[in-house]
Design a protein around this ligand. Structure first.
Ligand code: FRU
Length: 494
């Protein structure tokens, strides 16, 4: 039976959500039905369809007591809206149903595992979160919280583990056994990812520390996800309080991918490499699922805590999800590219080959705001290297967003300083890319309110929100020195 808190949220979104027309939303990136959205949750297959839940505060475009919004899709691009799945309506989750995951049970029901947050006043008078792991079971539409929640709480933590920072369980099934990774703050004050095991998702046994931060990469590790891919084991996590190392690991809320070998005996990931997942300004808390045809697909919150105060005037929704991305690992490196379903939406191909450029140009019919465009650039001369190459998108004379490549230092810069934000915030990201002899391939997936950049066939990605007026659709190319470029542009018709 739906609680009053859940009914109220469902009524609210049913009443006001439809007033936000499709013209006020991105063409194919998911936004909340109404109000605020952060992390993706419960990204999984149920009854043959892809379900996605999200951290949701329907009443305002600000973070608040967390609910779980709910959608489903068959192609990762068209999303069917479903009613709010979870509301903070129990003593153990009265301050929020935080991030978590979902799995289909053998009996055909869908199980959600989430972090219940309850604030308690400590002896010193301070209010502190108590975070526990809780279960709800349902039919893909309505969910009943388990009567004996929480299923994992402070007593189950290893010594020194903080009961305040213990959140974001990611669940999966292997044979008859369920496993779960969850973020926790250990005694050293930084972050760790704990592994638990269960036969029924209700009673859980602590197995060990899968990976720990040791104050090396940020502090509290949020939203872990762990899976096998291309013969390696991959742990994704989103650290808080990250400090940049050179041009790596942007400060603030960062994202990490740890690749290595999983030692089942020790329940430990023996790390071989660490890389950032995304180099843009707006990417956090990604989660993955395994499709029936064997693809590991990741979706992330296309926003970050540092930038989430910058909202367009009179916003009725805030927060978007990235385009879902197919992951692969090659030579110890994580690659990501938009799901192949996006290619089915490509129309009106415009192709230019071997365009010689030195200075600035526009190309006939190369414009648009909902597009998929790949630009490949190389030096025009064997003896001298060009200084830089730029592509400017979402332009209108006053506004534009720029991607620049400098071969000498092998850096890419994404710059949205002039994208038309209501006030100035952090707008520039530089990152190092692998040198390919001055040649670079930039795939730009542009929607009305975002630009996702995939460099060199998915070696790196950089995700950036823009709120430039949607009529700004000019695209131009600039170089210092002579380059030869190929441009392949499609309109995306959804
Ligand atoms: C990450 C996060 C999670 C938490 C959720 C709360 O963005 O802080 O750790 O579960 O957001 O909305």
């Amino acid at each position: 039976m739906a609680s009053e808190v859940l009914k109220k949220a469902r009524e609210f979104e049913a009443q006001y959500g439809p007033f936000i027309g499709d013209d006020k939303r991105p063409a194919f990136h998911l936004t909340p039905t109404i109000g605020w959205m952060n992390d993706p949750n419960g990204f999984s297959i149920y009854n043959g369809e892809y379900h996605l839940f999200y951290q949701y505060h329907p009443y305002e475009t600000k973070w608040g007591p967390m609910h779980w919004g709910h959608v489903k899709t068959s192609d990762f691009l068209h999303w069917e809206r479903l009613p709010v799945a979870l509301a903070p309506d129990q003593e153990y989750d009265k301050n929020g149903c935080f991030s978590g995951s979902a799995v289909e049970l053998p009996d055909g029901r869908q199980l959600l595992l989430y972090t219940g947050v309850r604030q308690v006043r400590e002896e010193n008078g301070k209010l502190h979160d108590r975070q526990t792991q809780c279960v709800a079971v349902g039919d893909g539409l309505n969910y009943e919280k388990y009567g004996l929640n929480p299923v994992i709480s402070a007593e189950d933590l290893p010594e020194g583990g903080s009961p305040f920072d213990f959140r974001d369980p990611k669940l999966w099934r292997e044979g008859d056994t369920y496993y779960m990774v969850v973020g926790n703050r250990p005694a050293d004050g930084s972050g760790s990812v704990l592994l638990f095991e269960s036969s029924d998702c209700l009673s859980w046994e602590y197995k060990g520390v899968l990976a720990a931060c040791h104050n090396q990469f940020g502090r509290m590790w949020e939203c872990p996800d762990f899976f096998e891919l291309d013969g390696k084991h991959v742990l994704l996590t989103s650290p808080e309080e990250m400090t940049a190392i050179g041009l790596e690991f942007h400060a603030g809320h960062g994202t990490l991918c740890l690749i290595g070998k999983y030692d089942r005996e020790r329940c430990h990931l023996d790390r071989e490499s660490v890389q950032a997942i995304d180099y843009g300004l707006d990417f956090y808390a990604p989660q993955t699922l395994l499709t029936t045809d064997g693809r590991r697909v990741m979706i992330g919150w296309m926003q970050n805590w540092e930038t989430s105060n910058c909202q367009p005037a009179n916003a009725q929704w805030f927060g978007q999800m990235t385009v879902p991305r197919e992951l692969s690992v090659r030579d110890g490196w994580l690659y990501q590219n938009p799901v192949r379903e996006l290619e089915k939406c490509r129309s009106y191909q415009i192709l230019y080959r071997n365009v010689l450029l030195n200075g600035m140009t526009t190309l006939q019919n190369v414009r648009g705001r909902v597009i998929d465009m790949t630009v490949t650039v190389r030096s025009a001369s064997q003896n001298s290297m060009y200084g830089w190459f730029k592509v400017n998108v979402a332009g209108n004379g006053e506004n534009m967003t720029t991607v620049r490549y400098k071969p000498e230092c092998s850096t890419v810069r994404v710059d949205r300083t002039r994208c038309g934000f209501p006030h100035d915030i952090v707008n520039v990201r530089d990152f190092v890319v692998r040198p390919h002899g001055g040649e670079i391939k930039l795939r730009i997936v542009l929607d009305k309110y975002s630009m996702e950049l995939f460099v060199n066939d998915g070696e790196q990605a950089a995700t950036t929100v823009i709120y430039t007026d949607v009529s700004a659709d000019a695209i131009s190319f600039e170089s210092m020195g002579s380059v030869i470029m190929d441009v392949e542009k499609y309109d995306l018709i959804l």
